[in-house]
Design a protein around this ligand. Structure first.
Ligand SMILES: Nc1ncnc2c1ncn2[C@@H]1O[C@H](COP(=O)(O)OP(=O)(O)OP(=O)(O)O)[C@@H](O)[C@H]1O
Ligand SMILES: [Mg+2]
Length: 329
């Protein structure tokens, strides 16, 4: 199952609630968490999972960590226990001066890790079904991607549900497989966005202009709705009555909290050279016309049109009914 959606749309929440729904069932979990800091660390999520599953604590000696890994691979019935130990060993803390006694090349270690993790997901399914969650595949390292391709190729013979979450800039090749289902999460409609705000205020109504400002800025992304609402509740702008909030001073626009600012800048940075154009549009205002933008930026007409097509395709800008464009945040 491929679960796609922009940052903060609710992919991890769905994965968590799937686990909650299965709380009474007998199943095993394999959880791979990709990291933006390890997109080039071969098998980072696999090795981290093996280490956590084996349970070595950071204060354990290297030998104790290896013993725990050994026990895990034996318990899982991995045919070649040494492979599993080496796989997990590659996740042992690299800063330790007395690292595990690994006498194989990094290439061999990669192969062994592929084999051990593949074996783990296969053998785990023998005793009970497996829920295999891979979070944030847009940060996958190439080797773990190979591993997944191997697993997905064989998954029909296994009692494994594999759920992969990722943001839209990642285009998984596995979407083509007939046994793979793809689901894209879209933004919340206005009514559900308003329900989320009410849930956060404990049922108390916000002043309508505040509520409108939150809904307009958040544009249906739950993370933005939550963060903007939290921000406004903690801003001192509101006084709390019995069943509502009132404004203590006129609202002069909602500030974008730092936590969102960083997330938004990361998205804008991905636009490369087109970044300046979208920033100029944003400086013009929430809505801008093509003509005004064209007169402001110093790029050719075709470059500008390509950039706007890119913004529309990536959801930064939506085309209005007339010639103006609308910038979500
Ligand atoms: N349908 C929903 N109703 C209420 N809250 C939601 C909903 N969807 C998401 N949220 C909340 O929005 C926030 C962001 O959701 P989540 O972390 O699942 O996003 P994500 O898609 O995994 O983002 P990322 O790509 O950054 O990992 C969370 O606090 C989550 O609880
Ligand atoms: Mg997430």
């Amino acid at each position: 199952m491929l679960l796609c959606g922009e940052a903060g749309i609710g992919k991890s929440r769905i994965a968590r609630s799937l686990c909650d729904h299965l709380a009474e069932e007998r199943y095993q979990t394999i959880q791979f968490q990709c990291s933006p800091y390890h997109t080039n660390t071969a098998l980072y999520p696999a090795a981290t999972f093996l280490r956590q599953a084996a349970g070595p604590a950071s204060q354990d000696s290297t030998q104790a960590q290896l013993n725990k890994l050994n026990a895990l691979v034996l318990e899982c019935g991995i045919e070649k226990p040494r492979h599993g130990v080496i796989a997990g060993g590659s996740a042992l803390d690299p800063r330790r001066p007395s690292g595990p006694p690994l006498t194989v090349s990094s290439e061999t270690r990669k192969d062994m890790t592929l084999e051990a993790t593949g074996a783990l997901s296969r053998t785990a399914g023998w005793c009970c079904p497996v829920l295999f969650i891979l979070e944030d595949a847009h940060w996958l390292d190439p080797t773990t991607r190979d591993l997944l391709t191997r697993i997905i190729g064989r998954i029909r013979q296994m009692r494994v549900l594999l759920l992969i979450t990722f943001r839209p800039d990642f285009k998984p090749v596995w979407a083509e497989y007939s046994h793979v289902t793809s689901l894209t999460l879209s933004r919340l409609p206005r009514r559900q966005s308003a329900e989320l705000v009410v849930a956060m205020t404990g049922g108390k109504a916000l002043p309508s202009e505040v509520q409108q400002a939150i809904l307009a800025k958040a544009d249906g992304v739950p993370l933005y709705i939550e963060t903007l609402t939290e921000n406004v509740l903690g801003s001192g702008l509101l006084s709390e009555e019995n069943d509502s909030f009132t404004l203590t001073c006129p609202l002069k626009g909602l500030p974008i909290p730092d936590s969102l600012q960083a997330l938004l800048m990361e998205r804008v940075d991905r636009l490369g050279s087109a970044k300046e154009i979208v920033q100029t549009g944003a400086a013009i205002g929430r809505e801008f016309t093509y003509e005004l933008l064209q007169a402001t930026v110093e790029v050719s007409d075709s470059e500008l049109r390509n950039a706007l097509d890119l913004f529309v395709a990536s959801g930064y800008v939506s085309r209005g009914r007339d010639t103006s464009c609308d910038l979500p945040l």
